[in-house]
Design a protein around this ligand. Structure first.
Ligand code: MSP
Length: 522
């Protein structure tokens, strides 16, 4: 077996319903996963839920439920959500699963045996909401604590700590010598700037059970549970380990019971995460793996945050977008298209209903939908739906767009990939305007010119189905169905020119994107 292309999303806290930000991360990760599937890579795509910790314990308390029951109920809702987004994930991890917690415990044992932890007492201020100790630097100039910390308590507490500082130089060097390790570059520079200018403090990896019981028990000191981040990050590793990937089982040592299989998943090729959790992924996680003597992930790919109408998404102010109602109204592929096209990986984005509708109408309904509709209609009307002799009039332009699309996907830039694909949509629509097939059809002496136009249009539509499949898999299949094309749009090889052959009978036109209210003309 060969190494699978391993892609992960962050695992979401189960303390509420999924929102636009969660949807974005999952959709874009899925687009990358599907592209790699389409070029023939064997992919392992993991997503899931982060179920331990104070946030979840509090949310369960507020609902008057046990944390486990609360998580089980929400996990159903979240896995239904993932299905509605049409994700192609291979596994869905929940950190309350025994397959995960036993890896966390094995890992803790290994690192403790190797002397990376120590126990110490600490006096400090603690933010319950953010589950973190605060320092004097976190205070407002007037000595108060900012509202974002919620309730702040002074605590004296014994805990277990992970020696981080000794690995700072190693990590700095790793990031310096591996330019792909953190992308985009400005996020990489942020981490480098931090590591060059500040001393990395030790990480508190436990919470006393008396304060927080909802966590994985520390295997070598019963009064403690594992800090939620130490637990959560391990999900990326625990799933391959539980499936017997030797790259993951090996470092866990003799205490870990799962036998290796031939599966090769670890190390991750991409951890796709939001900018707020960069430090956990780019600093703590690599150090955890390094001390475990496990291979490091190849790339931590960091995306920005969505707002709506220029304001933070917020349940309390009602400034939210419900991805499911958008999907109900517009279809999952249109939603996936907008998520991918509107916001590239890196900067922050802004949802407005108007911009969604504008892209739907101009790029999907009038762009792609209209192109297919015209191509299928005209071939049916003028040639009884029978594909004429292939001619390569647009072949080299198509080749250029296909290649730019492919290269953009390989750079993990699905937004650019769509832009490259749409140059072809626009080119083909322009081709109709320039060649005027409806006029050619009136003149029998122009029959071969008409054949040329019809072939090129229908073949471009077929190729477009292949290019859009990672983003809009349902629409891609609908295009193939209308063309009665053989093979699958899910195979990138089918983007080669000439798939439709002379004499092939296509099907009837069906609208891909039902037209919706157009924005008012200004
Ligand atoms: N449980 C942790 C992650 C642990 S990963 C080992 C967590 N969960 S979260 O539910 O708060 O966030 C999950 C992901 O959603 C994060 O990558 C986060 O950046 C992303 N987003 C949360 N809100 C977002 C937006 N408004 N916009 C885009 N992504 C956002 O953090």
């Amino acid at each position: 077996m060969s190494k699978r292309f391993y892609l992960t999303t962050a695992i979401d806290y189960v303390n509420g319903a999924p929102h636009l930000g969660h949807a974005y991360e999952k959709v874009v990760a899925d687009v990358i996963a599907r592209f790699h599937r389409s070029i023939g890579d064997s992919v392992f795509f993991l997503t899931g839920l982060d179920e331990h910790g104070q946030k979840v314990q509090l949310a369960a308390q507020q609902e008057g439920q046990s944390p486990q029951l609360y998580c089980d109920t929400l996990a159903n809702q979240w896995s239904a959500f993932v299905d509605r987004l049409n994700l192609s994930h291979d596994d869905f991890v929940r950190t309350t699963q025994p397959r995960h917690s036993c890896v966390v415990q094995a890992l803790l044992h290994q690192l403790n045996d190797a002397g990376h932890f120590y126990k110490a007492a600490y006096t400090g201020f603690y933010s319950v909401k953010e589950e973190t100790f605060l320092t004097e630097k976190d205070r407002n100039p007037d000595g108060t604590w900012d509202a974002r910390w919620g309730q702040v308590n002074e605590l004296i507490e014994e805990n277990w700590y992970f020696r981080m500082g000794v690995h700072q130089q190693w990590l700095l060097q790793h990031i310096e010598t591996h330019p792909d390790f953190i992308q985009p570059d400005y996020r990489r520079n942020e981490v480098l700037g931090f590591l060059r200018s500040q001393v990395l403090g030790d990480l508190c990896i436990t919470r006393p059970e008396s304060r927080l019981s909802w966590g994985i028990p520390l295997p070598f000191d019963p009064g403690f549970v594992t800090y939620v981040w130490f637990d959560a990050l391990v999900n990326y590793f625990s799933v391959p380990a539980s499936l017997g990937d030797s790259q993951a089982t090996g470092p866990l040592g003799a205490r870990y019971p799962v036998r290796p299989t031939s599966l090769e998943v670890w190390p991750a090729d991409i951890h796709f995460v939001g900018k707020d959790i960069l430090k956990f992924h780019a600093v703590y996680w690599p150090i955890m793996l390094h001390t475990l003597r496990a291979a490091l992930p190849k790339t931590i790919l960091v995306h920005g945050w969505w707002q709506k109408d220029g304001q933070k998404l917020s349940k309390s102010t009602g400034n939210v977008v419900d991805p499911l109602s958008v999907i109900d109204e517009w279809g999952v592929d249109a939603f996936r298209y907008y998520m991918t096209r509107e916001l590239g990986i890196g900067p922050d984005g802004n949802w407005t209903d108007d911009s969604f509708k504008a892209r739907y109408n101009s790029e999907l309904a009038n762009g792609l939908g209209n192109l297919l509709n015209r191509a299928v209609n005209m071939l049916n009307k003028y040639r009884a739906g029978i594909v004429p002799l292939p001619t390569p009039t647009l072949a080299s332009e198509v080749q250029t767009s296909v290649e730019s699309t492919r290269l953009a996907y390989l750079r993990h830039d699905p937004q650019e990939a769509l832009i490259a694909t749409w140059t072809l949509v626009n080119r083909a629509n322009l081709f109709v305007e320039q060649t005027r097939p409806f006029t050619l059809a009136k003149d029998p002496s122009k029959a071969s010119e008409l054949n040329d136009v019809l072939y090129n249009l229908i073949e471009v539509c077929r190729i477009l189905a292949v290019l859009i499949w990672p983003v809009m898999p349902t629409i891609a299949v609908k295009i193939y169905d209308q063309l009665k094309a053989s093979g699958e749009p899910s195979n990138w090889q089918n983007s080669a020119w000439g798939g439709l052959t002379e004499g092939h009978q296509i099907g009837e036109p069906l609208p891909l994107f039902p037209r919706k209210d157009l924005p008012p003309k200004k």
